[in-house]
Design a protein around this ligand. Structure first.
Ligand SMILES: [Zn+2]
Ligand SMILES: [Zn+2]
Length: 94
């Protein structure tokens, strides 16, 4: 019987949390994934150059910077257009 032995190295609560947050990173739930959730950077609508999250105009061409978001057709949550799946309901974007 060695079922308990496998978890012995995870007895430290923070170690369990680390392991769990690794498992769910990219998933919908998690402890640290919420904290590490990053803001979506804006992108130039003219030349497509990426910028900072709160940047309003492109430093290269003066074009307007906008955060590239797509609206989920199912739940209407707005998420970054680089995502492949809705982070709210799991709908796949084409
Ligand atoms: Zn630009
Ligand atoms: Zn959705």
């Amino acid at each position: 019987m060695s079922t308990g032995r496998d978890l012995r190295h995870l007895q430290n609560p923070s170690a369990i949390e680390d392991a769990f947050s690794k498992l769910v990173s990219g998933g919908k739930i998690g402890y640290k994934t919420v904290i590490e959730k990053k803001k979506i950077p804006s992108r130039c609508t003219n030349c497509g150059r990426g910028g900072e999250y709160d940047q309003k105009f492109c430093s290269q061409c003066g074009g307007e910077m906008k955060v590239p978001l797509v609206t989920c057709p199912k739940c209407e949550k707005q998420i970054g257009d680089t995502e492949k799946f809705c982070t709210e309901c799991g709908t796949k974007f084409s």
